[in-house]
Design a protein around this ligand. Structure first.
Ligand code: SF4
Length: 333
């Protein structure tokens, strides 16, 4: 089997809590608590879950904006925590990020041309004489005009600003783009345009995306496979058609029942979850979802379900999910 572009194993990010001014001993926030998945070349893996489930922290760990507490992240089979300075620099070129709020992620004092040019100049990737032509090409690739290059971020609409953010991410010809809620701040019609642009770019450039969002409809549209996170863990991971058509985890079923569906034939009965998401500082024992699960059994309060295959490429962490003898392989099919 070929090595996936990205392989994540046992990834954890815990934050110590302070009980008083500069004093430790206040417990631990388990923002990400042991996740495993892989992203293939040219694939989009959607990562979905409620706010606070740890999905954005996963994105920041992958982009090396945060250091993990434990676990490994491999790009092309190379663990990224063991890279030398030169290889780390190459990793930062190959893994780019697109953020939720393009207004706060773009420097308001720089023109769009300067914003997109910065990574190219920092990496010395292009002679100055060729810079203008390269910038023009990047602007056209994301659907902006060359005459918009000298505008400042506040002179663009929200969708155009996100296009500038995408052009900046593309500048260094990355392999993987971590997209953290890239369209949630945009109007629905603009969301569709930006998603379609990202899909076109993927087809043209062979990019891989980790697409993080809370909106299942958006994730479904762009993803090949989808991972569902709850309280720091992946509870279900499958091909998008299987996950949407035959969800096995009660949390995925509840998320899907709340998602708007145009086709009345596949509209689901709404499952309303009681209670709030527990604090990641005090996750429940056993299955983390048992405090809200409509199907919880006595064993769910003490025995943590492991993520296991229920069908090829479909993994679920629930005691009620059907059994197979297969071990979990988080790699894409
Ligand atoms: Fe619900 Fe138990 Fe399954 Fe957890 S393991 S999702 S509590 S049935």
């Amino acid at each position: 089997m070929s090595i996936p572009l990205l392989q994540v194993s046992g990834l954890k990010k815990h934050y110590p809590m302070r009980s008083g001014l500069l004093r430790a001993g206040g417990g631990t926030v388990r923002a990400v608590d042991g996740v495993d998945f892989a992203v293939a070349r040219g694939e989009t893996l959607g990562l979905v879950g409620e706010s606070g489930c740890g999905k954005s922290t996963v994105g920041r760990l992958l982009a090396k904006l945060l250091a993990p507490t434990s676990g490994t992240i491999c790009l092309d089979g190379q663990p990224i925590d063991r890279l030398g300075s030169r290889a780390t620099r190459d990793f930062r070129r190959r893994v780019q990020m697109v953020f939720q709020d393009p207004y706060s992620s773009l420097n308001p004092r720089l023109t769009a041309a300067r914003i997109v040019a910065e990574p190219l100049l920092n990496y010395g990737r292009i002679p100055r004489a060729e810079l203008h032509e390269r910038l023009q090409a990047l602007f056209m690739k994301v659907g902006l005009r060359a005459d918009q290059m000298q505008r400042y971020p506040h002179e663009f609409s929200g969708g155009q600003r996100q296009r500038v953010g995408i052009a900046r991410a593309l500048a260094l010809s990355p392999s993987l783009i971590v997209c953290d809620e890239p369209v949630s701040a945009l109007d629905v019609s603009v969301q569709a345009q930006v998603i379609n642009l990202m899909m076109d770019l993927q087809a043209e450039l062979g990019l891989s995306y980790l697409f993080i969002a809370h909106d299942l409809a958006v994730v479904e549209h762009i993803s090949h496979r989808i991972a569902v996170m709850y309280l720091g863990k992946i509870v279900e991971l499958a091909d998008k058609h299987r996950l949407i058509g035959a969800p096995q985890h009660p949390y995925t079923q509840a998320l899907l029942s709340a998602a708007p569906v145009a086709d009345a034939a596949i509209r689901r009965q709404r499952i309303v979850l009681s209670g709030d998401v527990p604090s990641p500082a005090q996750p429940p024992a056993g299955c983390r979802f048992h405090t809200r699960c409509p199907h919880a059994l006595p064993r769910c309060r003490s025995e943590e379900p492991r993520l296991r295959d229920v069908a090829p490429g479909h993994a679920v962490a629930c005691h009620l999910a059907p059994s197979t003898d297969a071990a979990v392989d988080p790699a894409p099919a």
